[in-house]
Design a protein around this ligand. Sequence first.
Ligand SMILES: Nc1ncnc2c1ncn2[C@@H]1O[C@H](COP(=O)(O)OP(=O)(O)O)[C@@H](O)[C@H]1O
Ligand SMILES: [Mg+2]
Length: 253
Amino acid sequence: MITLDHVDKTIGELPVLEAVSLRVRKGQFVCLVGPSGCGKTTLLKCIAGLRTYQGEIRIDERLSQGVNPMIGYVFQEFSLFPFLTVGGNMEFGLKIQKVPRKERNDIVRSLIDLFLLQGFETAYPHELSGGMQKKVAIARALATDPEILLMDEPFVSLDAQTRNMLQKELLRIWQKTHKTILFVTHNVDEAVFLADKVMVLTRRPATIKSEFPIDLERERDRTSSEFVSVRKEILRELEEEYVEQVDKGYKGI
Ligand SMILES: Nc1ncnc2c1ncn2[C@@H]1O[C@H](COP(=O)(O)OP(=O)(O)O)[C@@H](O)[C@H]1O
Ligand SMILES: [Mg+2]
């Protein structure tokens, strides 16, 4: 569903992505982990058609050209519209696509049910908990029914309990909707809990360092020996990237 072949990206003089090649199959849940500042957000933005790049990106076999309606995006920076209700936020993209009101209402109702947000349709973002706000942001990205969901560290600012709860919710929604998900995180525990495959990125300029298929049955037990052992392996890979930065006197993240 998503294929990258030798994608390079330079911002000004700064090489950010270098020969990134990867593949995400239809319906797969893939996590990308990498050191902060390595180029993860840039990579997602290239895939979403929001940045130019060199190399080839294919979405569902077709060369990607600009913004693609097959892709929903949950941004890293917080992005609910404070002046719109939960329902208003969810239907925002549908309004832009000029979907008729009746159909919009039906979609919002089914998203409210899917995300267990009954009773909050007319609430404003500031009236919701952080976890609920994240759910609305994900629901909004799914409203136009994209095949692919790109998620950029969506749970980063939440407490551990809320984060774990949302990871389970996201898996439930993924299993129900069969979306293809590419999820960026720097939290290895989160990646191993969620993904069919974890890809580790190097420090900037980011390239794929290694891939770990995660074949553990869901719902995964974070304390099982298999979970702990793959988590350790990935952490070791990731920590090398930080160590080498220090060795080379690298200062700028
Ligand atoms: N618009 C931009 N202008 C200049 N530098 C940028 C811009 N966007 C990203 N960068 C730089 O590119 C590098 C990678 O950024 P980013 O993709 O946001 O990393 P990550 O998401 O992995 O933390 C960083 O060093 C950042 O400073
Ligand atoms: Mg980022």
